[in-house]
Design a protein around this ligand. Structure first.
Ligand SMILES: [Zn+2]
Length: 345
């Protein structure tokens, strides 16, 4: 249409273009402004996170008072994730950056250190939560490599520690929001305590001899420790390749010896090795555990840290012969009223 107007009269066409651009730019600016500013007109804390379980926890506490962007896309290997060069801009604009730490996001940490403003803070939640003496080294994270298992969030009580640190850090950054952050933390805490007790009940319903986990991705040691399960093996090697034929044969022997009813694959790390082990041992292969990733997509019910835990535990408990009925009563709905401004890449 504009092309036709230009043909008809260049001046009218130009005026229309300028007018329309100004109109739309104006609308976008007003909307964007509302989302970026607090009630007193100050800029909302600009927060960057990495993996989606952490993004969800920070979202639960920060709620409407922060703008939040996760940088690790869902469905990618967070352990080898290398942020795009454009992510440097996000780091340079951030007021605070929450990472898991424990060597999970080294390229992102490096980029954050190089690009953040001097006054902006980097918080390594895992390092702050767990004393070095309690770090777990295991199958995919052997001690000789010096990198501990970083998946603290699979233990809800450690995730609650993350939330407490987030609440304190956001309050320090934005003191007028302290009551708001603390209130969200209290709601989150109540949900976590309920989740924790329902997980305990569900795991206790698994026959004792079945309380064993063999997973592909090695993300459940902190979970297993809290709830009395034994991780008998994790299949994924420490360099994130596939295990050798000899290692697969050993795993098959181990599954036969331990008599586990099921083994668990990961949604993010599909592997044909798991089907092979299950086929040769004639046991169930459950291929949809979520490890470093939330179930569904942004906006779906259960696309949250709480949803992640409920779905994983239900999957594990049912496959190992237990009763996961109580987990349906865990509230996975949003922690705060209003609209979240989180961006999941
Ligand atoms: Zn992981």
């Amino acid at each position: 249409m504009l092309k036709t107007i230009f043909k008809y009269d260049n001046k009218i066409g130009l005026f229309l273009v300028v007018f329309l651009v100004a109109l739309f730019a104006g609308c976008q600016t007003e909307d964007a402004k509302d989302q970026l500013l607090l009630e007193d007109g100050s800029i909302k804390p600009r927060v960057i996170t990495t993996v989606s379980p952490i993004t969800s926890i920070v979202d639960a506490i920060g709620g409407e008072r922060i703008t939040l962007k996760g940088i690790v896309p869902e469905g990618v290997n967070s352990h080898t994730f290398d942020p795009a060069p454009s992510t440097a801009i996000a780091f340079s604009n951030a007021d605070i950056i929450f990472l898991n730490g424990l060597y999970l996001e080294e390229p992102a940490l490096d980029m954050a250190l190089k690009n953040k403003r001097e006054e902006s803070k980097i918080v390594l939640l895992g390092n702050r939560t767990l004393d070095k003496s309690k770090w777990v080294y295991d199958f995919s994270f052997p001690e000789e490599q010096g990198v501990p298992n970083p998946h603290l969030w699979t233990d809800p009580m450690l995730a609650l520690e993350y939330a407490l640190i987030v609440s304190a850090e956001l309050s320090a950054l934005d003191p007028s929001g302290e009551t708001y952050y603390q209130s969200n933390y209290k709601t989150f805490e109540a949900r976590i305590l309920n989740l924790d007790s329902e997980i305990k009940i569900a795991v206790l319903s698994i026959p004792k001899s079945n309380r064993k986990l063999l997973t592909y991705h090695d993300s459940f040691p902190y979970f297993a420790k809290r709830y009395g399960l034994t991780v008998i093996a994790a299949v994924q090697p420490s360099d994130f390749t596939e295990p050798s034929a000899r290692e697969v044969a050993q795993l098959i022997d181990q599954v036969r010896l331990e008599k586990v009813p099921a083994i668990f694959g990961s949604n993010v790390f599909p592997s044909p090795v798991m089907s092979q082990i299950a086929h040769e041992t004639q046991i169930s292969f459950i291929d949809n555990l979520r490890d470093d990733d939330l179930p569904g997509s942004h906006g779906d019910i259960g696309h949250s840290y709480l949803g992640l835990m409920v779905e994983n535990v239900r999957t594990i408990v049912v496959a190992l012969g237990g009763d996961a009925e109580g987990l349906q009563y865990v509230d996975t709905s949003p922690i705060f009223q209003g609209e979240s401004q989180v961006i999941y890449p």
